[in-house]
Structures are given as structure tokens and as C-alpha cells.
Design a protein around this ligand. Structure first.
Ligand code: ZN
Length: 192
């Protein structure tokens, strides 16, 4: 396995619509999936789409930490679960939306407020071509929406109502500080 370089918007591949995977026996697909998992863990991040490693194919990996009780509290549904999804599609989405803070490994140093559907139903295939279906809510739903956007060349900064630069020495304070810091950490790891 290899850690791949994560590209930023200067590379036009990030803005291309990625092509559908049709050949699941291609060893390059399996190698790419393995490399993406390793790259995601190395970053570290919670989700990565193939165009972020300069491969314009419809493949995403999602893995939110779930090793501790705190992780499971912060990430909720799907925490600790590794998802490798090929050709993912949103087949149903709730009308209800929620605002949340997002970051992206391909847009380092920035966070933004993005409105996302509270619930999405996803269909696709696993890495071996078997049918994959998932109903996701909350943060998991947000991560999937963010990653699927990457497959169409869409970045969170395109959809954000507000984008700001993060300075590592600036930390929120006040009564909600701990919660705010946890939310920022979680956001910084998204797509990242
Ligand atoms: Zn991203």
C-alpha cells in the first residue's frame, strides 16, 4: 500500500466529474482502494474521494474514529466502521437540512458552514461489485454527501454559506468552548 498525495484545487482533476467504475476485477481498483484507506488514516481524516488523490473515478472511503467512547459520542452513527463505496449515489434525501461546520483535506486551512440533508439513502457497490445500500443520518450523512460531491468536482467551499481561515493558535473560549473545539476538530478531519 502507498500513501498518495492529496491534491488541492490548483489541480484540475479535483474539479472533473469522475467516471463510473465498471471493471471490479481491475487490480488497479483494489490497489487504489487500499491506498485511499491508508492515505485517509495517515492524514488523518474521516473521508476521502478518489479525485482527491488525482484518480478521476467514482470511489470513496469513509472511516470515522470509533475506538473510544468519546469517539463514538463525537461521531455517532457509523463511528469505527470502514466504508469503501464504489459508484455511490444518493437515491433519497430528507427535506430537512442541517447547518454544520466542514473542512476538507483538499482545502487545508479553511472551514465553512454547509447546509446538508439530515438523512440520505445511498446506493452503490462495495469494492467487489456487490450491492451496497446505506441509510445515514447526522454526521455520517454529512460525510457521505461531502465525499459524493467530490465525484462531481464539487467542493464544500462552493456550497458553504460562510468560509473562514483557521489559525491553529486561535481557539474558541467561553462556556461552550469544549464543544466548539470538538466540533472544529471533527470538521477539520472531514474529507480531510
Ligand atoms: Zn473533501
Amino acid at each position: 500500500m502507498t500513501i498518495r498525495e492529496i491534491i488541492t484545487p490548483e489541480n484540475p482533476i479535483l474539479r472533473k466529474k469522475a467516471r463510473k467504475v465498471t471493471n471490479f476485477n481491475d487490480p488497479r481498483l483494489q490497489a487504489l482502494a487500499d491506498d485511499m484507506v491508508e492515505t485517509l488514516h495517515d492524514a488523518p481524516g474521516v473521508g476521502l474521494a478518489a479525485p482527491q488523490v488525482a484518480e478521476s473515478v467514482r470511489l470513496i472511503v469513509v472511516h470515522m474514529p470509533g475506538g473510544t467512547e468519546e469517539d463514538r459520542e463525537v461521531y455517532g452513527e457509523g463511528a469505527g466502521e470502514l466504508y469503501v463505496v464504489v459508484n455511490p449515489e444518493i437515491v433519497k434525501a430528507s427535506r430537512e437540512t442541517v447547518d454544520g461546520t466542514e473542512g476538507c483535506l483538499s482545502v487545508p486551512g479553511y472551514l465553512g458552514t454547509v447546509s446538508r440533508c439530515e438523512m440520505v439513502k445511498i446506493r452503490g457497490q462495495d469494492r467487489h461489485g456487490q450491492d451496497f445500500r446505506l441509510k445515514a443520518t447526522g454526521w455520517l450523512a454529512r460525510v457521505f454527501q461531502h465525499e459524493i460531491d467530490h465525484l462531481d468536482g464539487v467542493l464544500f467551499i462552493d456550497k458553504a454559506s460562510k468560509v473562514w481561515e483557521v489559525r491553529p493558535d486561535e481557539e474558541p473560549d467561553g462556556p461552550e468552548a469544549a464543544e466548539a473545539i470538538a466540533a472544529l476538530e471533527r470538521a477539520a478531519r472531514l474529507g480531510d
